[in-house]
Design a protein around this ligand. Structure first.
Ligand code: ZN
Ligand code: ZN
Length: 170
C-alpha cells in the first residue's frame, strides 16, 4: 500500500491488512511463518507523515549459537515520523523529542507501508538471536549441537568461548 502525501493532504488514511508469508521479503535469515497483521493510520503533519499502529506476526530465525530455527512472536506498536527528504529546512521539520518517536525520511510522493513494516519487524529482532537463554550452542571442536547431546570433546572448550559474547550483550 502506497501512502501518497497528496492523498494525505486531503485526509488521513486508515489501514488494516493481513499479509500472508512471502508478501514481504525479509531476506534469507528471517522467515515469516504466520500472517502479518497490521492496522493503524497515516496522517500528514506539516509535511511529515505520521504513522501509528500495531503489527503482529511470527517469524523464524536461526539461533546464533546452535543454528536451529527459533520462533519469535512479534507484537509491536509503532509511532513514526517521516519527513520529506527534500526539505531539510529547520522550520519545516516537525520537532519532537527523540525519546518518544523515531524519525525517518521519505522520497518523492510518499512511502510504501510495506517497507515501513518490514523495517519495524527487522528492528524488533535481536542482532544475535538465540533460541533460549541457556542454549548450549555447537561444540567448537566437532560441531555437535550440545542441546541435543553431549559430545566426547573436552568440556572446558565450551563455556569460556562464549564469555566475551555474553559481555557484548549487555
Ligand atoms: Zn540455540
Ligand atoms: Zn565436540
Amino acid at each position: 500500500m502506497f501512502l501518497n502525501v497528496h492523498e494525505l493532504e486531503r485526509q488521513a488514511i486508515e489501514f488494516e491488512e493481513t499479509l500472508p508469508p512471502g508478501k514481504i521479503d525479509f531476506g534469507n535469515d528471517v522467515i515469516q511463518t504466520e500472517p502479518l497483521e497490521i492496522r493503524g493510520s497515516a496522517e500528514l503533519l506539516a509535511s511529515a507523515i505520521r504513522l501509528r499502529g500495531l503489527l503482529r506476526t511470527t517469524v523464524e530465525i536461526s539461533c546464533a549459537r546452535c543454528l536451529e530455527p527459533s520462533r519469535r512472536d512479534i507484537e509491536k506498536e509503532f509511532d513514526l515520523f517521516y519527513n520529506p527528504v527534500a526539505t531539510i529546512a529547520k522550520e519545516e521539520v516537525v520537532s519532537v523529542s527523540k525519546e518518544e518517536l523515531e524519525i525517518g525520511f521519505y522520497h518523492g510522493d510518499g512511502l510504501l507501508l510495506e517497507e515501513v513494516i518490514k523495517e519495524q519487524v527487522l528492528l524488533d529482532l535481536p542482532m544475535k538471536g538465540i533460541c533460549r537463554e541457556d542454549c548450549s550452542g555447537l561444540c567448537p571442536s566437532c560441531g555437535q549441537n550440545l542441546n541435543l547431546a553431549a559430545c566426547g570433546c573436552k568440556a572446558s572448550l565450551g563455556d569460556p568461548s562464549w564469555a566475551p559474547l555474553a559481555k557484548w550483550k549487555d
